[in-house]
Design a protein around this ligand. Structure first.
Ligand SMILES: [Zn+2]
Ligand SMILES: [Zn+2]
Length: 186
C-alpha cells in the first residue's frame, strides 16, 4: 500500500474531503470557489482553481500542498488587477493586508497582492515598498510569493512570532477580503 502522499493531490483532496464528511459544495464554499470548479479539480482537470484556492483547500484539509502551489511563483498566479507596474512592488510588512498569508505544512507562506500600489509607499499601511528580492536583490518584475531568480520567499514569518499562525492567517485573509469588498463598492 502506498502512503497517501504518493497519490496525486486532487486524489488526496477527494479522500480527505470524504473523510471530513464534507460535500463538494461545503468544501467549495469554504475554499471560495464554485462547486463545479472543485468537481473538475477533483477529477484532475488542471487550471480550474487558482493557486490561492489550492493552498486554501490544502489548509482546510490539512494536506501538504502540491509543490507547484506551495513553493514557486508560477504562471498560474492571477495577475493583479492594477497591472504590471503594481506587480513589481510589494509591501515588506508581513502584517499588511496586501500580503495574503497561508499556513501550510506548519509554515506561513505569503502571497503579495497587487494592492500595495505602485508609488513609493504602501497604499494600505504606509510602509516603503520593496521592488527587489530581499535575498539576491534581483529587480522583481513578476508577481508571486517567491523571487523568480533565487526562489527565496519575499516575505517570511518573523522569528519569535507568537500567535496561532493558522488562526492569524485566516483572520488576515478575512481582512484582505473585507478591504477588497470595501474598495469594490467605492
Ligand atoms: Zn503595506
Ligand atoms: Zn532572489
Amino acid at each position: 500500500m502506498q502512503p497517501p502522499s504518493a497519490k496525486p493531490f486532487h486524489v488526496q483532496v477527494r479522500a480527505a474531503r470524504l473523510a471530513a464528511h464534507w460535500t463538494q459544495a461545503v468544501l467549495a464554499e469554504k475554499a471560495g470557489c464554485q462547486q463545479s470548479q472543485l468537481s473538475d479539480f477533483e477529477h484532475g482537470v488542471r487550471g480550474k482553481v487558482s493557486r490561492e484556492t489550492v493552498l486554501k483547500i490544502a489548509e482546510l484539509l490539512h494536506l501538504e500542498p502540491p509543490p507547484e502551489a506551495a513553493a514557486s511563483a508560477g504562471p498560474s498566479i492571477p495577475a493583479p488587477a492594477s497591472g504590471p507596474a503594481a506587480a513589481a512592488a510589494h509591501c515588506p510588512n508581513f502584517e499588511c493586508p496586501s500580503n495574503l498569508p497561508y499556513f501550510v505544512g506548519g509554515q506561513l507562506f505569503f502571497l503579495p497582492l497587487g494592492t500595495a500600489g505602485d508609488g513609493e509607499h504602501c497604499a494600505l499601511c504606509g510602509e516603503l515598498l520593496e521592488r527587489e528580492c530581499p535575498h539576491c536583490h534581483a529587480h522583481l518584475h513578476g508577481h508571486g510569493g517567491c523571487c523568480p531568480v533565487c526562489g527565496a520567499p519575499l516575505l517570511e514569518m518573523p522569528e519569535g512570532f507568537v500567535e496561532d499562525a493558522a488562526a492569524w492567517a485566516e483572520s488576515q485573509r478575512a481582512l484582505a477580503v473585507a478591504l477588497r469588498d470595501a474598495a469594490g463598492r467605492r
